[in-house]
Design a protein around this ligand. Structure first.
Ligand code: T46
Length: 142
C-alpha cells in the first residue's frame, strides 16, 4: 500500500528572464482550497521543527530556496524526504507526524495550508498521535 503523502513536480515557466512556478487551486497536486500561506526561514544549523501531526490540516510544502529533510510518519510507515528543489512539492495529508531537520543555510520553505491556524488541530506528542491513528485505523476496518 502506498503512503498517504506524495511528491509531485510543479510546472516551470522558463525563459531568458528566469523561471516562474505557479500553484493554482484545482490542480491535481493541490486537492484543497488554500486558506493560509506561511514560510519558514532563518533556521539555525541543527534545529528541528515540526514534531507534531495535524488532525485535519492538509499542506503542500515547497523548499523555494535551500533544502531540508521532512520525516513523515503515518503510524505505520516512516519516510525521510529531501526537499531541495523549488519545482518539487510535498503533499502532507492529515494524521501525518512530521519532523523537519537538516535545514541547509538560507533555506526558505513555503507552505500552503487548507485551513487557518488552529492550535486545537495539533497533536503534540508522538504517543498521542500513535493512539489517535490507531483508533482511526480500527474504525476504518470495522
Ligand atoms: C507544520 C510545519 C511544516 C502562527 O501564529 N500561525 C501559523 O500559521 C503558524 C504555522 C504558526 N504560528 C505560530 C505558532 C508558534 O508560536 O508560529 C510559531 C511557530 O510555529 P510552530 O512551532 O508550529 O512551527 P513549526 O515549524 O514547528 O511547524 C509549522 C506549522 O506550525 C505546522 O503546521 O506542519 O510548520
Amino acid at each position: 500500500m502506498s503512503p498517504p503523502w506524495s511528491v509531485c513536480r510543479l510546472e516551470t515557466h522558463s525563459d531568458g528572464r528566469g523561471r516562474l512556478v505557479a500553484v493554482e487551486a484545482g490542480e491535481p497536486h493541490l486537492p484543497f482550497e488554500i486558506r493560509r500561506v506561511y514560510y519558514i526561514y532563518g533556521v539555525p544549523a541543527g534545529q528541528v521543527r515540526g514534531l507534531h501531526a495535524h488532525r485535519k490540516l492538509q499542506q503542500l510544502m515547497v523548499a523555494v530556496s535551500g533544502g531540508l529533510d521532512v520525516i513523515l510518519d503515518d503510524g505505520r510507515r516512516r519516510r525521510r524526504i529531501r526537499l531541495d528543489d523549488p519545482t518539487t512539492a510535498l503533499l502532507v495529508p492529515p494524521m501525518t507526524w512530521r519532523e523537519m531537520r537538516d535545514f541547509a543555510p538560507g533555506t526558505v520553505c513555503l507552505v500552503l495550508a487548507s485551513a487557518p491556524y488552529d492550535e486545537s488541530d495539533y497533536i503534540r506528542t508522538y504517543e498521542s498521535f500513535r493512539a489517535e491513528a490507531a483508533v482511526l485505523a480500527t474504525g476504518a476496518v470495522s
